[in-house]
Design a protein around this ligand. Structure first.
Ligand SMILES: [Zn+2]
Length: 122
């Protein structure tokens, strides 16, 4: 039977996450290092929706960011529950809670930081 309760410690979880998401010391938001594809229709034409940092003290990793995308072809919405380092969480929240960023705010911040090139709205 497949092991669906692997029980990785936080260091191992973060090691795995870092292979697929930007969660390094200079990163403000987790961004995918891979192509996001819709699991329903297979399209890669997706739109980022929001980033929500959350704190959860229920065993395991405490700091997460739920990153959502919407398929612009079939409208399927998908959310990734990305475990993030405490350092990244503390750039957004100083105490346990949650903070939601709309994609326009994230895009503007990434442009300010030079992570994304500035471009005109279509
Ligand atoms: Zn789709």
């Amino acid at each position: 039977m497949q092991d669906i309760f692997p029980g990785y410690d936080e260091a191992e979880v973060l090691r795995r996450v870092a292979e697929r998401w930007t969660i390094g010391d200079d990163d403000l938001f987790p961004l995918p290092k891979f192509e996001i594809r819709c699991p329903i229709c297979g399209s890669a034409d997706v739109q980022a929706r929001n980033w929500q940092f959350v704190y959860r003290d229920a065993g395991g990793a405490k700091y997460r960011c739920n990153v959502s995308f919407k398929c612009t072809v079939c409208s399927h919405v998908m959310t990734f529950g990305v475990v993030v380092p405490e350092r990244m969480y503390e750039m957004h929240l100083s105490s346990p809670g949650s903070k939601l960023y709309h994609w326009r705010d994230v895009k503007a911040r990434l442009e300010e930081l030079g992570v994304l090139p500035r471009k005109r709205e279509r």
